[in-house]
Every structure is written in structure tokens, then in C-alpha cells.
Design a protein around this ligand. Structure first.
Ligand SMILES: *Cc1c(COP(=O)(O)O)cnc(C)c1O
Length: 421
């Protein structure tokens, strides 16, 4: 459920007509709903009720300061995957002891930054990383809580680019090696193993892969405890999918996911951490764009929008589907027609949808890409020197620009000329 609905024939974000924001901010732009962010975070929090837990929002999904602050005010922790994200989380007011650090390639600088600023735990992804973190933490005279991300070798049954839990993926340590790795951690100074971490992929629409992974984590918990390790936390990652089409998909609900965790791991007496990103932010954001031209090709009509693949890369990168809806609700019974919906970038890949059935649209009309809140703005670029598009946050009847559109001069002035030119 989200808070982007037609009211009196026009699309609203909560209580604000989308067209009103477009008139003030210009198109294209991202638009987020506070009520939807809040609702999704709260669903996860409630799904784990009765178990000690922390919901660490995977901020790579959407990392604007205003979004982070909104979630932090609700009690969210953060899952970060870079020094930049760590800095962003801290800047948004998230204390270090609510931040977990994931990622396969943490650098020495990133480790130092988190150790100095405070960190809840590092999720270790390799043995070289473990050795390096030990060296740095012990040289700083601290002992840092760690988990090991195990790769359970289960098929998440999702798009290949976002599956992470198969042995062929670069993530984590094979679960078969876990005992040796935990034994090594015990010998290393500066590290304290406090738990186990797993994250098998993104946009999962079936609970079965989770069940397989959680059962393996449960077995490993018992096995490690038998060897004297104090396993107190289980970080179960993120990955729960969202419906990208209104019509047919029905991914599991956070409550069902919570029930599965309770059923498979509830008896371990561990604090449960989860790291949802997409499900928190995905349906809490839309991208609003305007039709520049309607172009008739041979046997097909193109809607050429002012939004492009540099603004929303998911269709080009993951063959992702986004529902695209007109901002003015079509009258009942309006006949639909097929359009190829494209942006202005000089790549054939700059195609959002082919032969998409839409009500007739004309130059100047506004459309909204639904479910664009996660992996949208964060993956945008300035390819073709198209300025990063603004982000806007709605709350009730108020809205605010939370990232302004840079001017052309802002972009050009980021370059510097060498002295010889
Ligand atoms: C990307 C990622 C997440 C979040 O995944 P979603 O599908 O957005 O929920 C959580 N944990 C880790 C380690 C990740 O890399």
C-alpha cells in the first residue's frame, strides 16, 4: 500500500496534487511519501515484535538525508556499504551503535572511519577482510563486534544481477568454511564474533529461499555454540520484494517474513537484525516526468519523456518493469493505445517500456513512474550532462525539495582545467 492515489481525477502524493509540485519544481523529479516510508518501516518493526530486534534500513536503496532522518526518528538503524554511506548516516543523526557495516570491499580508510566514529558491528565478507580489520582495530586498541556473512548457497530465484546467495556470487564466506573462520576470529586480536550474517539477494518474491537460508543459519548457530562461540545476534539481511505491477504480483508480506523468522530462528534466543531497503523505500517514491513529444514511427508511437535512463536506470539495467500512470486520471472507458516510452538519451537502451498500453497522451502531459523510490535516485547519473533530478518529500499537505536540481554551471564548475590549458 502506498500514498500515491487519484483524488478528484488527479494524482496526489498524500494530500498534495502532484501537478502542483511539478509546476513549482519542474520535471523530472523524484517524489517520496513520508506516510509510506513510515508505514513500511513500521510493518517490519511490528513483524519482529516479541523478539529482540533492530531494523537496519539498507540505505543504499535511497539515501537522502531527509529519508534517513525520517526513518532514524522512528528508531531505525542503518546498514551501510561504504564510508560515504557511513558519513551520511551519521550526518542524519544515526548513532554509531545503530549502524552495521556490510560490503565486500571495505577499505582501510572506511574501517578506521567506522571504528573512530562508532559502529554496532562489521559484517565480514572475506578472510582477508577479517585479517585487516583485526590489524586495524587492535592497533587502535579497540575490540569490534563482528559477524561473518555466510553464503548459504541457496537460489534466491530473482534477477541474476541481484542474486547474492549462490556459491558462484562474490558475497560472503562459504557456509562450509564458517567453523574455521570463527575459530580464527577467536585467535585474532581486536575482533569479537557476536553473530552470523546472511543476505541472499534482492526482490525475492517467495519465502522458500529464506526458509532454506534461515534453517542453515540456525544449524550453524548451534554448531558454533557447541564450539564455545557466543552467538547473540543474527543479521538476516534484506531482500524482500515489492509488487512492481498493481495487477498480478503478490510478494510475501513483512508479517509473513517475520513469522518465518520466528518459526525458524525464534528459539535461538538471539537478537534479530534485518536490513530491508527496497521494501521500505520502493513504493514510497515515484518519478514524475513530462511528455516532450509524441512521435509516430513506423507501426508504433513513441512517447518521448524528459526523464531518461540516467534518472532511472532500472529498466535498462535489470529489465525492470515500472507501472507508468498519467497524472490526470483518464475518464472511465477511455480507450488505451500502445506506446514505446523512451527518454532523450542517445542510447537505444534508454527505453522504459515497449508497446505499453496507455490512455492517449499529448505533449506537456505528466506521467508518474510508480515504485521508483528504491534504487532510483541513488543510481542516477549526469550522463548526457543532464542534471541530477531533484528529490521532493511530502508529508501530509506539505512538501519540500530535499535535493535541488543543480544548474549547468554547478555541473561545469565541478571540472577543473589543468594549468597547461
Ligand atoms: C542491498 C542489500 C540489502 C538490501 O536489499 P533490499 O533488496 O533492498 O532489501 C541488505 N543487506 C545487504 C548486505 C545488501 O547488500
Amino acid at each position: 500500500m502506498d500514498h500515491f492515489l487519484y483524488r478528484d481525477g488527479v494524482l496526489h502524493a498524500e494530500d498534495v496534487p502532484v501537478a502542483e509540485i511539478a509546476a513549482q519544481v519542474g520535471t523530472p523529479f523524484y517524489l517520496y511519501s513520508t506516510a509510506t516510508l513510515t508505514r513500511h518501516f513500521t510493518l517490519f518493526d511490528e513483524a519482529l515484535s516479541g523478539m529482540p530486534h533492530m531494523v537496519c534500513y539498507a540505505m543504499k536503496a535511497a539515501s537522502n538525508q531527509a529519508i534517513l532522518r525520517t526513518l532514524a526518528d522512528l528508531g531505525a538503524g542503518m546498514d551501510v556499504v561504504s564510508g560515504g554511506e557511513y558519513a551520511r548516516a551519521r550526518a542524519a543523526g544515526v548513532p554509531g551503535d545503530r549502524i552495521v557495516f556490510s560490503g565486500v570491499g571495505k577499505t582501510e580508510e572506511e574501517m578506521r572511519m567506522a571504528l573512530e566514529g562508532g559502529i554496532r558491528q562489521f559484517n565480514l565478507e572475506s578472510e582477508p577482510e577479517m585479517e585487516r580489520l583485526s590489524r586495524i582495530a587492535s592497533s587502535m586498541g579497540v575490540e569490534v563486534p563482528v559477524t561473518v556473512r555466510v553464503n548459504p548457497d541457496v537460489d534466491a530465484k530473482t534477477h541474476a544481477k541481484i542474486a547474492t546467495g549462490k556459491s558462484e556470487n562474490k558475497f560472503g564466506i562459504p557456509i562450509s568454511r564458517a567453523k574455521e573462520v570463527y575459530a580464527r576470529i577467536k585467535d585474532l586480536p581486536g575482533l569479537k564474533a557476536v553473530g552470523i550474517d546472511v543476505h541472499i539477494g534482492s526482490q525475492l518474491t517467495d519465502l522458500e529461499p529464506y526458509r532454506q537460508a534461515f534453517l542453515k543459519v540456525g544449524e550453524l548457530t548451534d554448531a558454533l555454540r557447541a564450539e564455545g562461540h557466543e552467538i547473540q545476534r543474527l543479521d538476516l539481511g534484506g531482500g524482500l520484494g515489492i509488487p512492481y505491477t498493481r495487477s498480478n504480483e503478490a510478494p510475501p508480506l513483512p508479517s509473513q517474513y517475520g513469522d518465518l523468522i520466528r518459526e525458524t530462528l525464534g528459539d535461538k534466543g538471539c537478537e534479530i537484525e534485518i536490513e530491508p531497503g527496497r521494501l521500505v523505500a520502493g513504493n514510497a517514491g515515484i518519478m514524475v516526468s513530462r511528455v516532450i513529444y509524441v512521435k509516430s514511427g513506423e507501426g508504433r508511437d513513441f512517447l518521448i519523456l524528459d526523464g531518461a535512463m540516467n534518472d532511472l536506470i532500472r529498466p535498462a539495467m535489470y529489465d525492470a518493469h515500472h507501472d507508468i500512470v498519467p497524472v490526470v486520471e483518464p475518464a472511465p472507458g477511455t480507450e488505451q493505445q500502445p506506446y514505446d516510452i523512451v527518454g532523450p538519451v542517445c542510447e537505444s537502451g534508454d527505453t522504459f517500456a515497449k508497446q505499453r498500453m496507455m490512455p492517449p497522451l499529448a505533449e506537456g502531459d505528466l506521467v508518474a513512474f510508480r515504485s521508483a523510490g528504491a534504487y532510483g535516485a541513488v543510481m542516477s547519473s549526469e550522463y548526457n550532462t543532464r542534471p541530477l533530478i531533484p528529490e521532493v518529500l511530502v508529508k501530509g499537505d506539505q512538501f519540500a525539495v530535499i535535493r535541488p536540481r543543480p544548474s549547468f554551471d554547478d555541473i561545469i564548475n565541478r571540472d577543473t582545467l589543468p594549468s597547461w590549458l
